[in-house]
Write a protein that binds this ligand. Structure first.
Ligand SMILES: NC(=O)C1=CN([C@@H]2O[C@H](COP(=O)(O)OP(=O)(O)OC[C@H]3O[C@@H](n4cnc5c(N)ncnc54)[C@H](OP(=O)(O)O)[C@@H]3O)[C@@H](O)[C@H]2O)C=CC1
Ligand SMILES: CC(C)(CO)C(=O)C(=O)O
Length: 326
């Protein structure tokens, strides 16, 4: 691990559903530790709430629901040296965050993005070229209830992560052990990209259909028309993944439906929540936009993705979430 006597610095940037869940576990486990210091970076009202009242996680996994990290900062500019930085922001905030992080993070800092999307690794490598970015994906059903209060339902969250292809001689496992020591479920895979695509299958299809109709994962599974739409989207994603040579199982679509069935019936997706909260920015482009771009560059037709993209855009530009049109 690190030199004896040196404090290990763990940072969590963004305290929404994902950062709140994983950050809580780190802050609670390392509270009072002289060896490991946990820092949260949160903006505005979230910063004020967590500084004053701590971070609250409402989850069947924790009876003590409030955790206090060693530091709560309002900006990454004050971060200083860090051994492992978890990036837990929405995709639309990532470029701006990277611009702030670039001058701050020393060369060789290990960056772990806990986000959805198939090109996050490449983007971070471009935007933070002096750091060691780990390819990863995350499963957890946790969402902001109010600033500083995160609600988690269902199975324990888990992270799939692998070594950084651009740093083949760097073994990230000693750093990742700080997460597993804190009780975080983490699967280390020699190649994390098939897992990242597998997560994309699930979240792009269910995210788009849930956002279009404002229906939970369970509601999509039981409505034949919505189920069929999710399948159609997955068929388009599968053609792209195969054309890109991603090693996915032959029955990836069936497996994705099985995975969806492991979530509690009423689980919403984060895209659904953002679209129907009328947020001005969403991750629509991270999902549908990426499929459309890949389809175009690979010469593969993606009409179902194009249609649902326009339908969701119409919902967000009207600013009026619409009733389900099943
Ligand atoms: N929620 C879930 O269940 C899951 C989400 N994901 C993915 O994980 C990623 C994160 O999602 P989620 O946690 O839900 O998102 P949220 O919107 O709940 O949280 C993101 C947080 O990041 C904060 N933030 C943005 N920029 C900065 C910055 N520069 N400094 C400090 N804080 C910042 C935002 O602050 P502010 O409130 O001020 O805007 C917000 O609180 C997304 O890619 C999502 O698709 C993946 C699996 C599950
Ligand atoms: C569906 C879920 C909760 C699964 O992790 C998710 O990834 C999201 O909402 O973005």
């Amino acid at each position: 691990m690190h030199s004896p006597g040196k404090t290990t610095e763990l940072a969590v940037v963004g305290l929404g559903g994902v950062g709140g869940y994983f950050g809580f576990k780190l802050a609670q486990h390392y509270a009072g530790s002289a060896a490991v210091r946990v820092t949260f970076v949160a903006r505005g009202a979230t910063h004020a709430a967590v500084r004053t009242h701590g971070l609250t996680l409402l989850s069947p996994e924790h009876s003590d629901s409030v955790a206090y990290p060693a530091r709560v900062l309002e900006t990454v500019a004050d971060l200083g040296q860090a051994d492992l930085v978890l990036l837990c922001v929405k995709e639309y905030d990532l470029a701006d965050l990277c611009r702030q992080l670039h001058p701050v993070l020393p060369a060789g800092t290990v960056v772990l993005p806990l986000m959805n999307g198939v090109d996050i690794y490449e983007r971070l490598c471009r935007q933070l070229p002096h750091t060691i970015v780990l390819p990863a994906c995350v499963y957890v059903a946790s969402h902001l209830k109010e600033k500083g209060v995160v609600e988690h339902r269902g199975n324990p969250g888990n992270i799939v992560v692998g070594p950084a292809p651009r740093h083949p001689s760097f073994d990230p496992r000693p750093r990742l052990r700080y997460l597993t020591d804190a009780g975080i479920a983490l699967e280390y895979q020699a190649d994390a990209f098939p897992a990242i695509w597998t997560k994309f299958f699930f979240i792009a299809s269910f995210g788009l259909v849930s956002a279009r109709y404002n229906q939970s994962i369970g509601q999509i599974l039981e409505a034949p028309a919505l189920h069929a739409r999710a399948r159609h989207l997955m068929q388009e994603i599968e053609a792209i993944a195969r054309a890109k040579g991603i090693a996915l199982p032959a029955d990836i679509i069936e497996r994705t439906f099985q995975k969806a069935a492991t979530f509690p019936y009423h689980t919403p997706t984060s895209l659904q929540l953002d679209v129907h909260a009328g947020k001005p920015r969403t991750e629509l482009d991270l999902f549908a936009g990426a499929i459309l771009t890949y389809g175009k560059s690979l010469g593969l037709p993606v009409p179902e993705t194009g249609a649902i993209y326009r339908e969701i855009q119409a919902l967000t530009t009207d600013g009026q979430p619409q009733p389900p049109a099943i």
